[in-house]
Design a binder for this molecule. Structure first.
Ligand SMILES: [Zn+2]
Ligand SMILES: [Zn+2]
Length: 253
């Protein structure tokens, strides 16, 4: 299994996973063309995606989804609430597939299941991808964790987790008061310390990779997120930090 982190942050999010030549997108929040460029830069240039999953309707997750679905003639998966709320930004699609939270779909050599997360969107989803030798959990854009998220991420060999903000930087920073409250709320975004608690809760000896995702460019620094993650994941987990303006090289999971 290979994971591509094409972009991560409030100006656009896109992941790809590829196993035995079968590739799917999770979110496509850049402009359509940028995804193709970054697929090449990350080392996925010669593979065509077979499906696109969207986590929720915010534009930093769906902006390029309609363009990509039409370009490759592939279906868009999401909860009914997400698909309905994204209809205008997605435009006319070759096909949609409802994947409600709590359900799963099988691809050739892996399965994708969706689970509910707390965020200010209609019916947002985290995702778990399972294949013969591993399990990847993806949880970005969530205001809080809890037993449901922890149960879904239990046993993951790799995780992509939101480390959005440093609480001190958020409260002392320049964002307007209403935006600070939105981000810090239980339907906003995970702080470094909340994300590190979640990572600590799902940590086990076979967790190999953690990608720190959706870092705020205003209210966080990569070294703060990395420090928070290392406090709980020790030296055994490979930590990578997703970037806004460049893809990470493909990660082998
Ligand atoms: Zn987002
Ligand atoms: Zn969001």
């Amino acid at each position: 299994m290979r994971l591509g982190v094409l972009a991560s942050g409030s100006r656009g999010n896109a992941l790809v996973i590829e196993h035995d030549g079968c590739m799917v997108f999770i979110d496509a929040g850049l402009s359509g063309k940028k995804h193709t460029e970054r697929l090449h830069e990350a080392g996925f240039g010669d593979i065509f995606p077979e499906a696109l999953f969207i986590s929720h309707e915010h534009s930093d997750h769906v902006k390029g989804a309609g363009v990509l679905a039409r370009k490759w003639n592939i279906p868009v998966y999401g909860s009914r609430g997400t698909l309905n709320a994204s209809r205008t930004s997605l435009g006319k699609l070759p096909g949609t597939e409802v994947l409600e939270n709590g359900t799963a779909v099988d691809f050739r050599s892996f399965s994708v299941s969706a689970f509910s997360i707390a965020h200010d969107a209609t019916d947002p989803s985290g995702y778990v991808i399972e294949w013969d030798s591993g399990k990847l959990g993806v949880a970005t854009d969530l205001g809080k964790s809890g037993p449901l998220v922890e149960a879904n991420l239990a046993g993951c060999t790799a995780v992509v987790l939101e480390f959005n903000h440093d609480e001190k930087m958020l409260w002392n920073g320049n964002y307007p008061w209403h935006l600070k409250q939105r981000i810090a709320s239980t339907t906003g975004h995970l702080s470094n310390s909340a994300a590190s608690d979640l990572l600590g809760a799902v940590y086990h000896k076979d967790l190999m990779v953690c990608v720190l995702a959706h870092l705020s460019q205003e209210n966080n620094f990569p070294h703060l997120a990395e420090k928070a993650s290392r406090e709980v994941a020790g030296g055994t987990v490979k930590i990578h930090t997703g970037m806004q303006d460049a893809p990470l090289p493909a990660l082998d999971l």
